[in-house]
Design a protein around this ligand. Sequence first.
Ligand code: F6R
Ligand code: MG
Ligand code: MG
Length: 383
Amino acid sequence: MKITLSVIKADIGSIGGHICPSQRLLETVERHVLQSRYDMAFIRDSYVSCTGDDIAILMTHTRGPGAEPIHKLAWDAFVAGTAEAKEQGLYGAGQDLLKDAFSGNIRGMGPAVAEMEFEERANEPFLFFAADKTDPGAYNLPLYLAFADPMNTPGLILAPSMAKGFKFVIMDVAHTEEDRTIELNTPEDMYDLAALLRDPERYVVESIWSRATGEQAVAACTTRLHNIAGTYTGKDDPVMLVRVQKSFPATGEVLAPYAIAPYVAGGMRGSHNMPLMPVGLNSSISYFDGPPVVSCAAFAMHNGKLTEPVDAFDHPFWDTVRNHAADKAMEIRRQGFFGAAMLPFSELEYTGIKEKLNELDRRFSVRGKEGRPRKVSAVGATS
Ligand code: F6R
Ligand code: MG
Ligand code: MG
């Protein structure tokens, strides 16, 4: 049977700053989803969870990606949640709802979306990832390693069903007028793929497809909030769906790269590089408004019905990784605002520094050849 997985997530308010939503807020969103689902037989199942300050609604249904009733249900659930968040005085209530009224598709309205439709296998294992305090490019490295590198994924050389490699669809997220994408095939385009994925602020994996079967393995969100709102409105905090096993990498091959805890953009004020820490489901954030976290719920599914989620990072192995990530976080924080610790100018989420630099720019002077200062300088002016 053809099933669509849709995950839609938003930050609509949290306790203690940007730490985590309240229990009442989560329950309000969940209640709304369950009540609305009642009238919509095409929705097979749902799961509501949080990661850091974000709430994600995962739905299984038969209406395909971009289905209006699914997107509207999520939007309305977030609107209902926002009312509750305001009632409780939660911080940033309704923060990610950037438009006033729903208009057919939730994409471009603030919430992050990842969706894929496929013919369900006899057993259908998949992983649902949610990250907080980072942006969609955070998945670039883990996906590259899991789907293209035999050093990480022995299946690429051991499993005949994976030997043909994968097709990556990459989006240029700086191009905001419309979707600008490129398709690259591994193994032959490996170097080109690496050349793009090394820049996670610009190029983001949107989907990955098996070249052996043509089936979709990955759907990731590519929303960049500051590209929608034109100003700082919080980090994008991406969600992702990954089908696993058989002609796709095994669960362990998809999870393994997270042991690196790579530095990603997004800690404190969306403006710092911090290690990506794998955490348990429904975890909050803490140190330096971070570090950026990623959670993973593993599911099996049959006819669109989900099992209970299994917490993929809730295993003693990941305690060591978390300690390593904490060490990396403290190490980079030792250098404060300096160099690689803070994001480049183009990625800073607050405008204060732009104003400061413009002000300072006016005070620069240019020395003439003979060493005497000329009067005014426009050199290096920032806009
Ligand atoms: C939020 C985040 C935080 C905030 C910071 C300041 O996702 O990354 O680091 O940017 O707590 O928040 P405001 O500007 O709301 O006071
Ligand atoms: Mg968030
Ligand atoms: Mg937030």
